[in-house]
Design a protein around this ligand. Sequence first.
Ligand SMILES: [Cu+2]
Length: 163
Amino acid sequence: MRYALTSLLAAIVLMAWPSRALANLPYESMAAAVQERMESFWFGHRAQPSQATRTIVVVMQGSRFIPANMTVRRGETVRFQITNRDRIAHEFVLGDAAEQAEHEREMASMPGMPMNDPNGVTIAPGTTGNLVWTFTSAGELQYACHLPGHYEEGMVGQLTISE
Ligand SMILES: [Cu+2]
């Protein structure tokens, strides 16, 4: 299912791209470029820790995010340093309302599936993890956990990307 979706996305990306841009690329470069495109979202893309210009500390406790809302600026590369103080795992997934709804559906249909989406991390109980993200457009996002029941019970925060 995921493979079929990935292939479909690759086809769409290739169709949407000016063909001249791809004509002279060796296969490996083309594959890497397509992969990079697919891992981009309207609000940005994953980045390397060394590129971060700011760290935001996030705590997961009682199946809630602390803080419950935050603001970043367009163009910033932020390292979210996320500590899970609970005895169960939690996710930190970036996305707009549509992306969160999609992730919620995926998790409901495949419970226990390990996260492999570039826009999120799973944090094991009692540990700290990182997600480094470059925000490329202004808008409204959420950060959310999609373990069964968590999102609907309020494990979601509001993130504003300002100009
Ligand atoms: Cu959770």
